[in-house]
Design a protein around this ligand. Structure first.
Ligand SMILES: Cc1cc2nc3c(=O)[nH]c(=O)nc-3n(C[C@H](O)[C@H](O)[C@H](O)COP(=O)(O)O)c2cc1C
Ligand code: SF4
Length: 449
């Protein structure tokens, strides 16, 4: 069950501002979704009107630049730079692509956003399209998100009828067609160049960048690709001003982020100001309940970093997380308690990343597979004396040579495992024991469980 977690009243809401605040309603009942009239009274499409009537394309880009909006799809690229690049291209056809694929199978932040406030995403799309002179937009969404697909389809029709999408938007002469495209595939489909190929009906593997999609994207045309949460933040920035946005959260990437938090007792989705310490995010799930100690926090999804409890004061922000080996990634934060074996966790995650790698580049294809095998040996009691060195060397080589970000990120579970939980790894590799008693037939060391 995906529920919205209660957050402190003083935390601002940007992305879920129009979503149900009452968390006693864990799932959105079909009849409680925001309709256009309700959304309208709560400010929907004010940003679009301001953008067209008052700011103009350059004014909008300037505002988003001053707000320092960075992409929420994982890598944190500055949004305004993409828009400028796409706008500057010579082309009669341009696209906006909303990435609602949600590659991480355990994170539902994008799904919840699309279900709860499709208007914010549509308005964000319309503002970007107006700014870069795009007349076509696509929302790419995974097939399982049936409720979000329904809501988006309905919202597009209603917004067209009300004059916010379609032809001659707000009598400005601007036209925009938005379509929902259902895509189905594996983890890599969330990567933007793969997604664009899928939308073209082609088999997808990542492409070398540059050229970036802003220059050569969908059907070879200038395309701005954004995560749906990035797009949903845009109307708020235009309606409330860059300064208001920049004042929220971490100065290096202001605003809020949607986080899927899996604690020891409960789980759910929360909108948190960027820069919030991990401890506070984890605390939203009563993670300290049951008297169990936190052993590790996986930050960033399957290719995330395994951070120890003494790093819980790390701010949830791009650079701060990167400096300790985590990343925002899919927006997932998962707590593992003292019963977990970090080596086994790293094995599972590395295996997932190896299985999902598309195989286009050899170091990724072979390197991740070898790393998964070494982790497998460590947990089944057949380690080799050189395995620690091999992990270290392979992680370094693999992460240096990737065609796409997956290669670098996929080594994080093992590199952070080595960095922060070395003695537990050595127990497995050198002594053939598993302190947590998870890996069998390895002997259990330390306290009884
Ligand atoms: C393996 C992999 C999976 C990804 N999956 C997603 C995804 O599910 N959703 C998403 O928005 N971005 C995903 N990304 C990032 C996209 O490639 C791209 O950077 C993003 O959609 C751009 O949006 P932004 O500017 O809003 O961050 C993924 C990247 C990689 C390497
Ligand atoms: S780095 Fe890995 S996932 Fe990315 S293109 Fe190469 S093989 Fe595919």
């Amino acid at each position: 069950m995906t529920r919205l977690l209660a957050t402190p009243a003083e935390w601002p809401r940007i992305l879920l501002a129009r979503a149900e605040r009452d968390i006693s309603v864990p799932d959105l009942a079909p009849e409680t979704g925001p309709d256009l009239e309700r959304a309208f009274t709560l400010g929907a499409f004010e940003g679009l009107r301001l953008a067209i009537d008052e700011l103009g394309p350059e004014g909008v880009i300037g505002e988003v630049e001053r707000a320092n909006l960075r992409g929420r799809g994982g890598a944190g690229h500055p949004a305004a730079a993409k828009w400028r690049a796409a706008r500057a291209q010579e082309s009669s056809r341009r696209f906006v692509v909303a990435n609602g694929y949600g590659a991480d199978p355990a994170s539902f932040t994008d799904m919840i956003l699309m279900e709860r406030d499709p208007w914010a995403i549509l308005e964000g799309i319309a503002i970007v399209a107006y700014t870069i002179r795009a007349t076509e937009a696509v929302i790419a969404i995974r097939a399982e998100y049936t409720e979000a697909i329904r809501r988006l389809d309905e919202a597009i029709l209603a917004a067209e009828e009300a004059g916010f999408l379609g032809t001659d938007i707000l009598e400005s002469g601007v036209n925009l067609t938005v379509t929902v495209r259902v895509v189905q595939g594996a983890y890599m489909l969330g990567e933007e160049t793969v997604l664009l190929k899928a939308l073209e009906g082609k088999r997808g593997q990542p492409e070398q960048r540059p050229p970036y999609p802003a220059a050569r994207g969908l059907f070879g045309q200038p395309t701005v690709v954004h995560n749906v949460a990035t797009l949903a933040a845009v109307p708020w920035i235009i309606a409330n001003g860059a300064a208001a946005f920049a004042a929220i959260g971490s100065p290096d990437a202001p605003g809020t982020a949607l986080v899927q938090v899996r604690g020891l007792e409960t789980e759910g989705i929360a909108e948190v100001p960027t820069g919030t310490p991990l401890r506070e995010i984890v605390g939203l799930t009563a993670a300290f309940g049951g008297g169990r100690k936190i052993k590790a926090v996986l930050v960033g999804g399957p290719s995330g970093g395994l951070l120890p409890a003494d790093l819980l004061d790390t701010p949830y922000a791009f650079e701060a997380l990167r400096s300790v080996g985590g990343h925002i990634g899919s927006g997932s934060v998962v707590v593992a308690d003292e019963r977990a074996c970090v080596v086994d966790l790293a094995r599972l995650l590395t295996r997932f990343c190896a299985d999902e790698a598309c195989g286009k580049t050899i170091p990724c294809r072979i390197g991740l597979r070898r790393l998964a095998e070494i982790a497998e040996r460590a947990t089944n009691g057949h380690p080799r004396p050189t395995d620690a060195q091999l992990i270290s060397d392979l992680c370094h080589d693999v992460s240096e040579s990737g065609l796409c970000d997956h290669e670098r990120l996929a080594t994080l579970p093992l590199t952070t495992g080595m960095r922060y939980f070395r003695s537990e790894l050595d127990d497995h590799l050198l002594r053939g024991t598993c302190p947590a008693g998870v890996c069998r037939p390895i002997a259990v060391s330390g306290a009884a469980h």
